[in-house]
Design a protein. Structure first.
Length: 297
């Protein structure tokens, strides 16, 4: 059974966690609303001593009654950039040193389309995914060696516009490279935009799901704010009862982390108030949970 003790919050709204005081204020706030897990992004910390920064964050979270579900490092692994791969590996090491065994990242985008010769101006540009898939596979091979050494897991998150963006591109990734340390972050909002059957995807992926996000969505791939949005939980098109039921069926027992991505509203109305984001997310997650279990689960 999915329980509220699995609820976590992605604390990316706290953009500067550079001191013990700043970290304590963040984790105390998240804990005060009822969350039991917290998710940090690497970019919130100083970058010159990740071991110390991550260790300080994990220790502070523990004192506030929270577990750190994962650290997030957003780097493209599909463009052949060595520094991006090294950044992910450094994050794995620092997180593992802090006792956190799940690292969230993304695949990165595809290669530039192949454009027709000038005289063939009428020919649309053709997609060229091969090099990007080759780069991703090579990057994952290196990263998984480090994961083995650290006894950790990568939770690669499919996101809109990336090489790995939905259930079928997840399957393509695993057909090219499968490894016990290579897992998935199940964020249903992105799968919804590609019209995936989300409960089916959850049940097919099973224990490859190492982390879960709760974020709603409406629309289809295109321009953010015009073709698609990530509205408040319950205002989008995701069937949350079916989502929670599918997680139960695979015996998922790790963190369910809320992501509050009302970027325009936060900037123009709430002045990016991180406490408001955390409070609102817990209220929405709890309401959806209560409704789902009252009616069907």
């Amino acid at each position: 059974m999915i329980v509220k003790e699995q609820f976590g919050f992605n604390a990316f709204w706290w953009e500067q966690l550079h001191t013990e005081e700043q970290i304590k204020k963040c984790v105390d706030c998240v804990a005060s609303f009822g969350f039991k897990y917290i998710e940090f992004k690497r970019l919130s910390f100083k970058q010159d001593n990740l071991d110390r920064e991550f260790g300080m964050a994990a220790k502070s979270a523990h004192k506030s009654g929270l577990k750190v579900s994962n650290f997030v490092v957003l780097r493209s692994l599909s463009d052949g950039n060595e520094q991006n791969i090294n950044d992910v590996i450094d994050t794995i090491r620092a997180a593992s040193q802090a006792g956190v065994k799940v690292i969230n990242t993304v695949s990165g985008g595809t290669a530039e389309p192949i454009k027709a010769a000038p005289q063939d101006w009428w020919m649309p540009a053709q997609q060229n995914h091969g090099p990007a898939w080759d780069n991703l596979t090579k990057a994952l091979e290196r990263i998984c060696k480090e994961l083995d050494s650290c006894d950790a897991y990568l939770a690669l998150e499919p996101i809109i516009g990336s090489l790995v963006h939905d259930f079928y591109s997840i399957e393509e990734m695993y057909s090219r490279f499968d490894h016990p340390r290579l897992g998935i972050t199940m964020d249903p909002s992105h799968l919804l935009l590609y019209r995936n059957d989300i409960p089916y995807a959850i049940k097919r992926l099973g224990d490859k799901i190492k982390h879960v996000h709760m974020k709603d969505a409406v629309g289809r791939p295109g321009d953010f704010g015009l073709d698609f949005m990530f509205p408040t939980l319950g205002a989008g098109a995701i069937d949350w009862t079916a989502f929670l039921k599918a997680l139960e069926e695979i015996n998922y027992s790790k963190a369910v982390s809320g992501e509050y991505e009302q970027f325009k509203y936060m900037a123009q109305v709430k002045n990016n108030n991180s406490e408001f984001a955390a409070k609102t997310m817990y209220e929405e997650m709890s309401a959806l949970y209560n409704n789902a279990y009252k009616q069907h689960l």
